[in-house]
Design a protein around this ligand. Structure first.
Ligand code: C5P
Length: 227
């Protein structure tokens, strides 16, 4: 059922989103940003005035959320109750709280079920879909024929995140971003449910010294090779 899926996992700042969208465009496939889903639920939690560390309360908010997520690689629209929150979910408040929210097992169950639904609907329409996140190859789509795990040095990841913040009009320093990136990765990698780790059959690509084009070229070669 989950054939035609490219699973793209790895920590933040590895170029994962840019590569995933580029690959989806090149393949004429759909694209699903699962991190955006965890971010949107986190925004709903913050707006409700709920403590992100209170798992039971967080789950209640998540169960009531009306989340909209697109699958067009050129249009990353995310909505809450019909309101476009695509920019707000990238802000510092959400970024600071998202790891706690995404560590709640019930929240993951809800979102993984929704992700599988989006994957099968998209596949019925356009055949393929590139899905990016932390647990796509291990949990969401363990049967995906192609699994990619992107890594990069902490310095490279912090520098990329800072540059992205600057481009998108958020102020940050490399040091603060580096601390944030490391805190979030440690939390994501050590949590009890679906920790961030490469699937045993994932192709690992270190993007520290590779540009987006080079990474894309390498992945497209793998896709061609595997037919
Ligand atoms: O990819 P992005 O940085 O937007 O993800 C935000 C956070 O959402 C991650 O730090 C992680 O805590 C969580 N996440 C997750 N599982 C996924 C995608 C994201 O736990 N599949």
């Amino acid at each position: 059922e989950l054939r035609g899926v490219v699973a793209m996992d790895g920590p933040s700042g590895t170029g994962k989103s840019t590569v995933a969208r580029g690959l989806a465009s090149a393949l004429g496939a759909g694209y699903l940003d699962t991190g955006a889903m965890y971010r949107a639920v986190t925004l709903a939690v913050l707006r409700a005035g709920t403590d992100p560390a209170d798992g039971a309360a967080v789950l209640r908010v998540a169960e009531g959320v009306d989340l909209g997520i697109g699958t067009d690689p050129a249009d990353r629209a995310v909505t809450l109750g019909g309101e476009d929150v695509s920019a707000e979910i990238r802000g510092p408040q959400v970024t600071a709280a998202v790891s706690a929210v995404s560590a709640v097992a019930g929240v993951r169950d809800l979102l993984v079920a929704r992700q599988r639904l989006v994957i099968s609907e998209t596949r019925a329409r356009s055949g393929g879909i590139v899905v990016e996140g932390r647990d796509i190859g291990t949990v969401v789509a363990p049967d995906a024929p192609l699994k990619v795990y992107l890594t990069a040095s902490a310095d490279a990841r912090a520098a990329r995140r800072s540059a992205q913040d600057a481009r998108e009009g958020r102020t940050s320093t490399v040091d603060a971003t580096r601390a944030d990136v490391e805190r979030r990765d440690t939390f994501d990698s050590t949590r009890a449910v679906s920790p961030l780790r490469p699937a045993v059959d994932a192709i690992e690509v270190d993007t520290t010294d590779l540009g987006v084009e080079a990474v894309l070229e390498r992945l497209l070669a793998v896709v061609r090779e595997r037919g």
